[in-house]
Design a protein around this ligand. Structure first.
Ligand code: ZN
Length: 78
């Protein structure tokens, strides 16, 4: 993607968010999240959900399907 991270839309950021989190990227310092309160809030909520989910699935490694489910839950809220 050639989009400048600082100028990307929330939609583009949302599309990348699960990949960024799933890959262990430093999302808190992402240029979009620093400029966008909505996405920072979304990321905080995601982390809360993810922490709870990790505890529920502590003995499993369902990361891929887990993030897909979280992502589709976010899209339903929009
Ligand atoms: Zn945003």
């Amino acid at each position: 993607m050639s989009t400048d991270p600082k100028n990307m839309s929330c939609e583009e950021f949302h599309a990348q968010l699960s990949d960024l989190v799933g890959s262990g990227a430093d999302v808190e310092n992402h240029p979009h999240i620093k400029d966008c309160d909505i996405c920072r809030q979304l990321y905080d909520e995601l982390q809360t959900i993810a922490d709870a989910a990790r505890q529920m699935f502590a003995d499993q490694q369902p990361e891929d399907s887990l993030w897909e489910r979280i992502e589709s839950a976010i899209k339903k809220e929009d």
